[in-house]
Design a protein around this ligand. Structure first.
Ligand SMILES: Nc1ncnc2c1ncn2[C@@H]1O[C@H](COP(=O)(O)OP(=O)(O)OP(=O)(O)O)[C@@H](O)[C@H]1O
Ligand SMILES: [Mg+2]
Length: 276
């Protein structure tokens, strides 16, 4: 008796056509631990590759969908411009074309930004920066939109500097994105607030508004590319801003999260950065 070996019976056809049972001893070793591990790893890699392919497919389908609408609008406006004899209609069509092309350009620009950050192709120019200054500058950047929508903006940034080791340009990009969202997704005459808190190790910034709010099931999803909280969108909403925000904050070793009591009940975005 051979330990660890199994006897296998093979049915062979004899020349006369009848089957004859032959006993053969074939050595079948149980798979070694190493082999099992390699097999499991290969299966995992395969599953990851399949899921990555699916994501790329979904991404391309979504991108095509996102581009279709502005392209269709621009093409329709080009036809009007070619065919309408009325100068005011021609001028309106020219305006539509310009708006749509600008939107497509922004979409492509934002996407290449996300891709560069994800590939690690951007380098942070870190220096010691006072977050309060950056917030003030970001508010100034968005001020025309706040004014246009008659929002009231209150900043509570405290008296002491809030130092972090960060890239001032990129952090301003984070704050201005959050402020632009607050201005966009809050009905005219709304209230928007930025409050700075923190402890010995971290700086915490809260961006609050009393606007459209976000349903609970969208609070995490909105940080992904092309994701909106609801299908209802105002103006040209590409669904990329928060993906850039999250990647930039994480590059700084920080976190960003969203909270809301639900639709119509305002939103709050919290950015936490390590002190530097
Ligand atoms: N302050 C807010 N209040 C309510 N909803 C918000 C707020 N900020 C973001 N959202 C929701 O999250 C979605 C994703 O925001 P994000 O900034 O990524 O993209 P966007 O504003 O749609 O387009 P863009 O790429 O031009 O910024 C928005 O479409 C909106 O539904
Ligand atoms: Mg946005």
């Amino acid at each position: 008796m051979l330990m660890g070996h199994r006897a296998i019976f093979i049915m062979r056809k004899t020349s006369g056509g009848r089957a004859r049972a032959t006993s053969a001893r074939v050595a079948v070793h149980p798979p070694s631990t190493q082999l099992r591990r390699t097999l499991a790893e290969t299966q995992q890699q395969l599953a990851r590759a399949e899921s990555a392919t699916r994501l790329v497919d979904e991404f391309l389908a979504t991108l095509a969908h996102e581009l279709r609408q502005p392209l269709a609008a621009a093409l329709a406006a080009i036809e009007i411009q070619k065919q309408s004899p009325r100068p005011e209609r021609k001028e309106r069509a020219r305006h539509v074309i310009e708006q749509q092309v600008r939107y497509i350009a922004r979409l492509v620009g934002d996407l290449s930004e996300v891709s560069r950050i994800s590939r690690g192709a951007i380098e942070l120019r870190r220096e010691r920066v006072d977050v309060r200054e950056l917030v003030r500058e970001a508010v100034l950047m968005i001020e025309p939109l706040f004014d246009e929508r008659r929002h009231q903006v209150v900043c509570e940034l405290g008296r002491d500097p809030a130092w972090v080791s960060g890239d001032g340009v990129r952090l301003k990009q984070v704050f201005s994105n959050l402020l632009r969202n607050a201005a966009t997704y809050t009905a005219p005459g709304g209230r928007i607030g930025v409050a700075l808190e923190g402890d010995a190790g971290r700086v915490r910034l809260r961006f609050r508004d009393n606007g459209a709010g976000i349903p609970a099931d969208a609070l995490e999803r909105i940080f992904e590319i092309f994701q909106r909280a609801t299908s209802r969108t105002e103006g040209h909403s590409a669904g990329i801003g928060l993906a850039v925000v999250r990647r930039l904050v994480e590059l700084h070793g920080g976190t960003v999260t969203a909270a809301s009591d639900g639709l119509g009940r305002g939103s709050e975005f919290t950015v936490v950065l390590p002190r530097g």
